[in-house]
Design a protein around this ligand. Structure first.
Ligand SMILES: Nc1ncnc2c1ncn2[C@@H]1O[C@H](COP(=O)(O)OP(=O)(O)O)[C@@H](O)[C@H]1O
Ligand SMILES: [Mg+2]
Length: 333
């Protein structure tokens, strides 16, 4: 088990676009952090930075307090499963070879074969699939192979980026269940990314909400979803079907916010959410400060580290360890 920590991570594409802007986020050992936010908010870019596919322009990423680029050894401690199981597997390689390729180099041939069979069974596929090609498999089966491939690297941290979004609604639930079961059995730390709050709610211990390159609210899933502080989190929650209303996660399409998507090339001044905010200066003329004051600066002093001037504050009780968080004020929203 390992802790993954992002400290002030910034990732840019060219000069004009800051896709991830000073993100602090911790995935505690053996826990699932669900990262949710609309398309373009920077979720995949943050994930790509963790696995070395994007170079941070600032900040650092640590595994058990050691910066990732300082970690020696062939074993790749972070593995990622991507959204599209049709492009993530080599069509010319058998399933077995594809999984074996991802194993640490030190294992012998016979033990590799045994390990491939073990991994196939672990993800709920028959061992005789070992010689099949990806073309013979359904999307859900391919995604199971992609998960087996990720596990073949013996990761300490698994990053799952929209892993059910490209799948048929009917099988999204079984793949989610599989990932949740594996995470618990293998005691993996996991960063689970989705634009769908219903999906994130289903698997996460901690929920982090991302908007325009920044984390705008983070905390234990139960607290964030039960007592959301940021108006954007409230918007996402209002769009997500209630817990228990359906046995399977709903189709992704149902949850797309109807607002204009924000353009990260031109992040608004002050609070980045202000042009869309239902409790902000567009509606409440006395809230001009939202146009100029960035709420990120004081986020640590608010409940769920909410980047909103009108979120409840917290007081750290003196001498308590761990600190007791107390709610200071409830803003009338
Ligand atoms: N390779 C890239 N080159 C340039 N811009 C990119 C690239 N990948 C993503 N972006 C842009 O960065 C922003 C964040 O994208 P992304 O991290 O994919 O968000 P999400 O996963 O939340 O949808 C978007 O504006 C997107 O268009
Ligand atoms: Mg993405």
């Amino acid at each position: 088990m390992s802790e993954l920590r992002f400290e002030g991570v910034t990732v840019r594409y060219g000069r004009a676009l800051t896709a991830v802007d000073g993100v602090d986020l911790t995935v505690p050992s053996g826990q699932v952090v669900g990262l949710v936010g609309e398309s373009g908010s920077g979720k995949s870019t943050l994930a790509r930075a963790a696995v070395g596919l994007a170079e941070p322009a600032g900040g650092q990423i640590l595994l058990d307090s050691v910066p990732l680029h300082h970690r020696p050894g062939a074993r790749r401690p972070l593995q990622m499963v991507f959204q599209d199981p049709y492009s993530s597997l080599d069509p010319r390689m058998t399933i077995g070879d594809s999984i074996a390729e991802a194993m640490p180099r030190d294992s012998s041939r016979p033990s590799r074969r045994d390990e491939v069979v073990r991994l196939l069974e672990l993800v709920g596929l028959d061992a005789d699939r070992v010689s099949a090609y990806p073309g013979a498999l359904s999307g859900g089966q391919r995604q199971r192979v992609a998960i087996a491939r990720a596990l073949a690297g013996k990761p300490e941290v698994l990053i799952a980026d929209e892993i059910t979004s490209a799948l048929d609604v009917s099988i999204q639930g079984t793949v989610l269940n599989l990932v949740r079961t594996l995470q618990r059995e293998l005691r993996l730390s996991m960063l689970f990314i989705s634009h769908n709050l219903a999906v994130v709610r289903y698997v996460s211990d901690i929920v982090a909400v991302m908007y325009l390159g920044r984390i705008v609210e983070v905390g234990p899933a139960h607290d964030v979803l039960g007592n959301p502080q940021h108006p954007y989190t409230k918007e996402l929650l209002a769009a997500a079907p209630r817990r228990g209303s359906t046995s399977l996660p709903p189709p992704d399409e149902a949850l797309v916010a109807d607002a204009e998507p924000a353009d990260p090339h031109y992040p608004p001044a002050g609070c980045r959410f202000h042009p869309r905010c239902p409790i902000g200066p567009l509606i409440r003329t006395d809230r001009e400060h939202c146009l100029t004051l960035d709420p990120t600066a004081e986020a640590d002093h608010r409940l769920h580290r909410a980047a909103c001037h009108h979120a409840a504050g917290v007081l750290r009780a003196v001498g308590s360890n761990p600190p007791v968080l107390m709610q200071l004020k409830e803003d009338s929203q």
